[in-house]
Design a protein around this ligand. Structure first.
Ligand code: NAD
Ligand code: UDP
Length: 326
């Protein structure tokens, strides 16, 4: 494959779950990576593999605040935003500021420098969808005043800003609508389904299924997601998106619990907890656009991906060996 030209790429949210994998992949392709993150949900530990790399640098900064001067990226990937309901609902006003003010600051930077800019949007723009599977032409069904709105509406407003900067100022944009993504480096306490179930199973704690567990999600392995984001980033200028990125393999939540129990061999029971307010009933991407425009489709099946994630968390949760006696 032809190696792309080496570029300076600003990755906001680069210390998070998806962002840290993206930074690594971009460095491996020969790019210079500037990670900008305020560590709200990310961590320096996620950057351990890239920290000393000569083409990597880190800026600790909140995107909701005016950006530091002197940034001259050729490409911007905006991933800065807490992604798990537990995290984004902790300070909802700041979540909204992160999405809206963050997008505004980064789009202004893109306009000033001529950088291409990619937005990590979300399947949450479809809310609790009436159309199934969800295609990009669907406008969504979002409760604008519920507890998820700070995230959903923040991301929707960010998309609006992206398309207005594109139409009004000619900024080169790429908008990815990311569906549920899982894999190594998910925060073990972030409340998301895969990390929760795997950690609970490994610790022998009950698996907490919300509602009756009949709601569905479609899960994409982070390696596939990073490949998709890079394909979109490198795509020709006419491709602005929005473009769904995800794995259409759809599962009921209760089935995810069963699979995790089978894979870990855990004897943990399944317990049922109240369904969170506005929890979407179904979610599955139509990925026809990604297939035809990017030539991308997921390669990692759920069984394989879950097994890899279980192995990762088993290693991470293993108690440190006692120091050798002197
Ligand atoms: P994450 O919480 O692991 O990573 C988010 C990163 O952004 C963290 O490093 C965090 O510290 C940083 N951040 C948050 N607010 C910031 C701010 N104001 N300024 C600077 N940095 C800030 O989440 P993730 O799962 O890696 O998600 C990355 C992006 O992808 C997010 O924008 C999220 O909305 C989007 N996304 C993720 C999923 C998913 O399933 N993981 C699904 C849809 C969309
Ligand atoms: N969920 C669950 N138990 C958990 C965590 C999540 O049953 O311990 C459910 C959650 O209510 C939702 C689905 O799993 O129906 C996916 O939740 P997650 O927070 O991972 O992502 P999102 O709701 O943003 O799609």
């Amino acid at each position: 494959m032809r190696q792309p030209r080496s570029r300076t790429i600003l990755v906001t949210g680069g210390a998070g779950f998806i962002g840290s994998h993206l930074c690594e992949a971009l460095l491996a392709l020969g790019h210079r990576v500037i990670c900008l993150d305020d560590f709200e949900t990310g961590s320096p530990a996620n950057l351990a593999a890239v920290a000393g790399h000569p083409r990597f640098s880190l800026i600790e900064h909140d995107v909701a605040r005016p950006l530091p001067s002197g940034l001259r990226p050729e490409i911007i990937c905006n991933l800065a935003c807490p992604a798990s309901p537990v995290h984004y609902q902790r300070d909802p006003v700041h979540t909204l500021k992160t999405s809206v003010m963050g997008a505004l600051h980064l789009l202004e930077l893109a306009r000033a420098t001529g950088a291409r800019i990619l937005q990590a949007s979300t399947s949450e723009v479809y809310g609790d969808p009436e159309l199934h599977p969800q295609a990009e032409g669907y406008w969504g069904n979002v409760n604008p005043i519920g507890p998820r709105a700070c995230y959903d509406e923040g991301k929707r407003a960010a998309e609006t800003l992206f398309f207005d900067f594109h139409r009004q100022h000619g900024v080169a944009i790429k908008v990815a609508r990311i569906f549920n993504t899982y894999g190594p480096r998910m925060h073990p306490e972030d409340g998301r389904i895969v990390s929760n179930f795997v950690v609970q199973a490994l610790r022998g704690e009950p698996l907490t299924v919300h509602g009756d567990g009949r709601q569905t999600r479609s899960f994409c392995h982070v390696d596939d997601m990073v490949r998709a984001l890079i394909a979109l980033m490198e795509s020709e200028p006419g491709i602005t998106g929005p473009i769904n990125l995800g794995n259409p393999e759809e599962l009921e939540v209760i089935e995810v619990a069963r699979r995790v129990l089978a894979l870990t061999g855990s004897a943990s029971p399944i317990v049922f907890r109240p369904l969170p307010v506005d929890d979407p009933r179904r979610r599955r991407p139509s990925i026809e656009r990604a297939r035809t425009l990017l030539g991308w489709q997921p390669r990692v099946g759920l069984e394989d991906g879950l097994a890899r994630t279980v192995a990762h968390f088993a290693e991470r949760l293993r108690p440190a060996a006692p120091a050798p006696a002197r």
